[in-house]
Design a protein around this ligand. Sequence first.
Ligand code: AMP
Length: 272
Amino acid sequence: MQKISDELRREKKTIGFVPTMGYIHEGHLSLIDVSNRNSDITVASIFVNPTQFGAGEDYREYPRDIEMDKMLLKKRRCSFLFYPDVDAMYSKYFKTEVYVKDLSRFLCGIRRKTHFKGVTTVVAKLFNIVKPDIAVFGQKDAQQAIIIKRMVEDLNYNTKVIIAPIIREKDGLAMSSRNVYLAKGERKDATVIYNSLKETEHMIENGVRNVSIIVRRIREMISSKKSARIDYIKAVETKDLKPVNEIKGEVLIAVACYFGKARFIDNIIVKV
Ligand code: AMP
């Protein structure tokens, strides 16, 4: 991959990069479109990165379908797929980690203590392998996007990070490879996440600014679904993920909850 990237750069081609864990869906493909619009060549990676899964999480069960993924990526004009195996990424001597302080501790970092360290370490490696001019990430993983942007600035990567909007199913559920885990009833219940975020938008349009009122309403809506178990509902500043008590300026409202065994996240950014 490094040789291919060097060759592309010699040919003065700009490289766009879309890192994924595969089981490609329309959310991933929208990032390929953004990459294609902003670069000459798009490289995607598929790597179910073991270091970003905690003990008891779904690393083994994570859905995989490489043949389907290849077909979908090709159809969407993704030129290269980097698809390493675990031993190629982590030799038995592997010791180096990249950790973005503070930002990795909040929100999802509370329950998933080592998750973002796994993400930043693997993305740092992938950037050194693919050498992209631009890299596209989804707003779906809002905290990840903020952390990657911080890492790129702090470590002087010569890569521009673009954050692309959340792609949703018709009923509003954010697309995710993990949606296949949902049993029929859970799938129906899961639409409450986006509905509660939409309701939040309406409340804010109607002048509500108090975060505890907003969080209470989201909690009430999600709790009304039998299969839902809330992890967190938070309103935070988009730059540093610090909690806010009042909606003012730009605020990220992020939700994580379980349906059955699987954990789902979603968010909106509101501006007043
Ligand atoms: P994943 O394969 O889940 O690790 O996701 C790979 C990339 O796709 C990440 O940058 C995600 O934020 C992004 N992504 C996942 N789902 C969506 C979605 N529904 N809309 C937009 N981007 C997404």
